[in-house]
Write a protein that binds this ligand. Structure first.
Ligand SMILES: NC(=O)c1ccc[n+]([C@@H]2O[C@H](COP(=O)([O-])OP(=O)(O)OC[C@H]3O[C@@H](n4cnc5c(N)ncnc54)[C@H](OP(=O)(O)O)[C@@H]3O)[C@@H](O)[C@H]2O)c1
Length: 239
């Protein structure tokens, strides 16, 4: 018996009772603190507005996710024409950014530190800021699970054009069940999106250029033959 020291507690006490917090494994703790151990990463940033020469590959700290945020190991990003406008300083009135600014709005990658419904290892994609880097953080609510059947590099091309189409169809046009829809420019980045959505494509038909080659991705895909004149594709569909 050691004098002056409290009696040890009963051997049946649990970790929760002693620490006041739920028990955690080392694996869980390590995955929650991964960002602390990653150190630095490369990021494509601009320090001033201008042509492509203003983009520099900088060594910067790996961002730390805040509450509700996910740390993503970036597999791919893609660049939208609007981002060229941002880089050139043409969008300062509508899209104010602080310089230096990490480029990349579209991301596809793998979750390193999870939040919400997303756990380490999940493949995700979405529209975020700062995706032109080895790691990026984003609100879990801004991400969706990336399709399993396409490479992450392809998934990174979807978010901006796909969300533009989604907003046009459901938020602005308020298309609903039974709506008859004509998609003009259905062979383009925005127009081809709705034609692939399961709710739209069931009764989609195409008016492809005459004598067009077989569609590469299915009967609703835009077609173009090198021997036919370039006619705009249109798709008509019913939800
Ligand atoms: N991409 C985005 O993320 C995004 C975001 C916001 C807004 N927008 C806007 O959305 C529009 C479409 O963008 P996008 O990225 O889908 O462009 P895109 O990939 O260049 O596609 C444009 C489509 O429009 C067709 N087209 C061109 N002239 C036409 C005409 N006179 N009649 C019918 N169809 C015609 C083209 O047909 P051909 O292929 O046969 O030439 C092509 O299929 C643009 O106004 C763009 O500024 C795009």
């Amino acid at each position: 018996m050691l004098h002056g020291l409290a009696e040890p507690g009963p051997a049946t006490m649990t970790v929760e009772e002693v620490t006041g917090a739920p028990a955690s494994t080392f694996e869980t703790w390590a995955s929650e603190h991964t960002a602390d151990f990653l150190g630095t990463m490369r990021a494509a940033r601009i320090h001033e507005y201008g042509d492509a020469s203003v983009i520099s590959l900088d060594e910067v700290a790996v961002p730390k996710p805040g509450p509700g945020e996910v740390l993503i190991r970036v597999a791919a990003t893609s660049f939208n024409p609007s981002e060229v406008g941002l880089r050139m300083g043409l969008l300062q009135d509508v899209l104010g950014v602080t310089l230096p600014h990490t480029l990349g709005w579209e991301v596809a990658g793998t979750v390193v530190t999870g939040a919400g419904d997303l756990a380490p290892g999940d493949r995700v994609f979405g529209l975020i800021d700062g995706a032109a880097a080895e790691y990026a953080v984003a609100k879990a609510s801004m991400l969706a699970r990336a399709p399993e059947r396409i490479p992450l590099a392809d998934a990174a091309a979807v978010p901006v054009a796909g969300l533009t189409a989604w907003q046009a169809v459901f938020e602005h046009a308020r298309v609903g069940r039974g709506s008859r829809v004509l998609i003009n420019g259905a062979g383009g980045g925005v127009g081809c999106s709705p034609c692939g959505w399961p709710s739209m494509r069931a009764r989609t038909w195409w008016r492809p250029p005459a004598r067009a080659a077989p569609p590469p991705y299915g009967r609703w895909a835009p077609t173009r033959s090198s021997t036919t004149p370039a006619l705009p594709c249109q798709a008509a569909t019913t939800c």
